[in-house]
Write a protein that binds this ligand. Structure first.
Ligand code: MOS
Length: 726
């Protein structure tokens, strides 16, 4: 039942229902829960990148008042460990820690101190002396370690046609290499946990994107039944991938709580978030593009080299966008990894698409320039409605429409093909474009609805283990209940982020909104259906939910529901698409530059709430601008520690960088994707930005910057491409 006159249901730009809790400080994040008798843990990080701990002297720390326990590999609980070297890491992986004296990377946890106060724990941690046998030659340089590259366990190589034939058939070939640096997630809310044990059962208030997977990971690591683990993440202050899985501090806190017999709070400090909560690895992406004079692609190849830690394998699938985005008969995608003495990388902000689209969409621009073809026309010429890598149609694909409508709104017709001719005083002005795509992996999702009659009204509560990582999950789930129960949002309460609630896939990979809302929809539909069925009311007959409860002589009623991908979903490739347009102004002498404006167009199915969706895209665009302008984690070349250890050194865009942005959603309902027609939007924004900025910089200056971030010092040094007038 959908109520067209409902002003708070799906599609309405309502304010966030959780907004007032946030602005009043009433929304509880992991470390804000009141837990009686809690004590504090502070992690200790290794100060070498590779070697062994030879001895530990904790005597000074142990003498301090308030110190309850010092835990190192010597007295740590034995946990389940990986049964093979280079185990692939995922969101349910076990997370052993302090299990040996070996050090694999700078900053690895080597111990933890538990004390009565946070200050005591911090101070004590500094007094513990670790003596190491250091291997002075850690593997920390990608370029110098090429010989160690291997093919990862996860099958990610792909080929169709023959790349050599495709390149031989081409009239023009572009062969270039792009580099994206190590980046860190850095959500506002630090990783934090409060862990306690009660009769062999674990309770963890933990900042997690997926509470179900966190519970699985904890139960596997400690070898206790999953039903004895409860994880609560009521509000999460951003994750960006770093909270998809259980990080080691969670395991340390649970272990410590068991050893001291008290609840333990552990917060990862901002500097520790560089070494202990995942990162995006350095990716070196070699691109080869072949095309005919008329712009027909004949070959596309994308070979990625990156790194993982010495013990765990994570591979960012940079090439996956290249195998599906354009119509090209000859295609090659490979990924290779080098084990390096740097912490295990993990999924970050559109893993694969963000970095892969940068390389692909810049290489497409380089080819368009070679062909002297408009880069939009070049993309449109090679559009495909079939995902050639899977041999199946896209459920819906409005990439061409995004490019055309964006071009119109942006004023693309004023773009000069030739760089360095569009000027304003000392400024060189450039326009750039990039296509965007992001898989929309809708997953099985359960929900419970509890209805309660209150006079003539019905109040509804929705429970599911979904998380709100700042995205507005509470709001869109409330709108879904409003829509399918036919009651205003004001009568809906949403309870999320508790592993005791019905299971959802959590927040990640742009699957949250579609999965959660369809789960909530199913629960509401089941409730109505049962209440009607009990009274022999026809399904299509319109009866308000309050009347249904009355006719059933019920004061309260509960129903559950679940939604999952259909056969049609599985027979299609389901992606969201978009395009980003960017105007940059570059100072001719200093190479200082400004993003003057951006127009972003997205086609992501039904937009549940234009306000929260807008927020998602603005966030993505800001992160994409971060990739292009500023973000990079620098590594000390001899010792392998990070030089960037705070926001003073790790730069992110500020409001001035993001001044003038228009966000457009194309009207779309993708009923193959799911019943509500919703596709993912969380990561779509980021995927197109860096390339559009780099392409605009080329259009302004005639300089190709292939290594992110594009800093003024790199830009001023870069050569103008041959054949362009200064
Ligand atoms: Mo996302 S990188 O799946 O949180």
């Amino acid at each position: 039942m959908q109520n067209k006159s409902n002003t708070t249901g799906v599609g309405n730009a309502i304010d966030r229902v959780e907004g007032h809790l946030k602005v009043r400080g009433k929304a509880k994040y992991a470390s804000e829960f009141t837990v009686a008798k809690k004590v504090y843990a502070q992690g200790i990080n290794s100060t070498i990148a590779k070697g062994e701990i030879v001895s530990i002297d904790a005597s000074e720390a142990e003498k301090l008042p308030g110190v309850l326990k010092v835990i190192t590999f010597k007295n740590a609980e034995k946990l389940k460990t990986h049964d093979k070297e280079m185990a692939p890491i995922d969101t349910t992986s076990i997370a052993p820690v302090l299990q040996s004296n070996k050090v694999h990377y700078y900053g690895e946890y080597v111990g933890v101190v538990v004390a009565e106060t946070f200050e005591q724990a911090q101070y004590a941690a500094r007094l513990i002396k670790f003596n190491y046998k250091e291997d002075k030659k850690p593997t920390i340089n990608l370029d110098k370690s090429r010989g160690k590259a291997y093919k990862p366990t996860e099958k990610s190589d792909y080929a169709r046609g023959n790349i050599k034939t495709g390149l031989a058939e081409a009239d023009e070939v572009v062969e270039v290499t792009y580099n994206t640096p190590i980046e860190h997630h850095h959500p506002m809310e630090l990783h934090a946990v409060i862990a306690s044990w009660d009769n062999g059962k674990v309770m963890a208030y933990s900042s997690q994107q997926i509470v179900e997977d966190a519970a699985i990971s904890i139960s596997d690591t400690f070898q206790i039944p999953k039903k004895d683990v409860r994880v609560v993440a009521a509000f999460v202050g951003g994750g960006f991938g770093s909270k998809l899985n259980v990080e080691r501090h969670v395991i340390l806190a649970i272990m410590a709580a068991k050893m001291v017999g008290k609840p333990v709070q552990m917060t990862v400090t901002r500097p520790q978030m560089f070494t202990n909560t995942g990162l995006r690895q350095h990716n070196e992406q070699k691109m080869r593009v072949g095309a005919k004079k008329d712009g027909t692609l004949t070959a596309l190849s994308h070979e990625t080299l990156s790194h993982t830690s010495p013990t765990l394998e994570y591979q960012e699938p940079c090439g996956m966008v290249t195998k599906m985005l354009y119509k090209v008969p000859n295609n090659l995608v490979t990924h290779r990894l080098i084990p390096m003495n740097i912490q295990t990388p993990f999924a970050m902000r559109a893993p694969g698409e963000a970095t892969g689209s940068f390389a692909l969409e810049c290489a497409m621009d380089e080819m368009a320039w070679k062909l002297k073809m408009d880069p939009i026309d070049f993309r449109i010429k090679n559009d495909t409605q079939t995902d050639l890598s899977e041999n199946r149609p896209f459920s819906s694909r409005l990439l061409v429409e995004c490019l055309r409508i964006g071009a119109e709104k942006f004023g693309w017709k004023d773009r000069k093909m030739q760089p360095r001719v569009h000027k304003n005083g000392n400024w060189l002005i450039g326009y750039g474009v990039s296509g965007a795509s992001r898989q929309s992996p809708y997953q099985k999702s359960h929900a419970k609805v509890i209805l309660a009659l209150d006079g003539d009204k019905v109040n509804a509560t929705i429970q599911m283990d979904a998380t709100d990582i700042g995205t507005g999950s509470y709001t869109i789930v409330a709108q879904t209940a409003s829509e399918y129960l036919g009651i205003p949002v004001a009568q809906v309460t949403v309870e999320l982020g508790d592993s005791n609630f019905p299971v959802t896939p959590g927040s990640g990979g742009s699957w949250g909104a579609a999965s959660y809302c369809n789960g909530a929809r199913a629960a509401c539909e089941n409730a109505i259906k049962t209440l009607k069925g009990n009274r022999n009311i026809k399904e299509e007959e319109e009866v308000g939910v309050a009347d249904l409860l009355k006719q059933n002589q019920l004061k309260t009623f509960e129903a559950e529901g679940s939604a999952e991908p259909s056969a049609a979903f599985k027979a299609h490739s389901v992606f969201s698409f978009g395009a980003n347009f960017c105007e940059v102004w570059v100072d001719k002498d200093t190479a200082m530059y400004r993003i003057k404006r951006m127009v972003n167009v997205g086609a992501a199915g039904k937009i549940l709430n234009p306000k929260t969706a807008y927020g998602q895209i603005i966030g993505g665009l800001t992160m994409g601008a971060g990739m292009a302008l500023a973000e990079q984690t620098r590594i000390e070349p001899n010792f392998g520690n990070f030089i960037t250890r705070s926001f003073a050194d790790y730069h992110v865009p500020v409001n001035l960088d993001m001044a003038n942005i228009a966000v457009v959603f194309l009207p779309e309902e993708d009923k193959i994707a799911n019943k509500m027609g919703v596709k993912g939007i969380g990561e779509l924004g980021i995927t197109s930005v860096a390339a559009s900025i780099a392409n605009a910089i080329f259009n302004a200056t005639g300089k190709r910057l292939r290594d992110l971030p594009i800093t003024p010092e790199k830009l001023i040094e870069a050569p103008i491409e041959p054949g362009i007038n200064v």
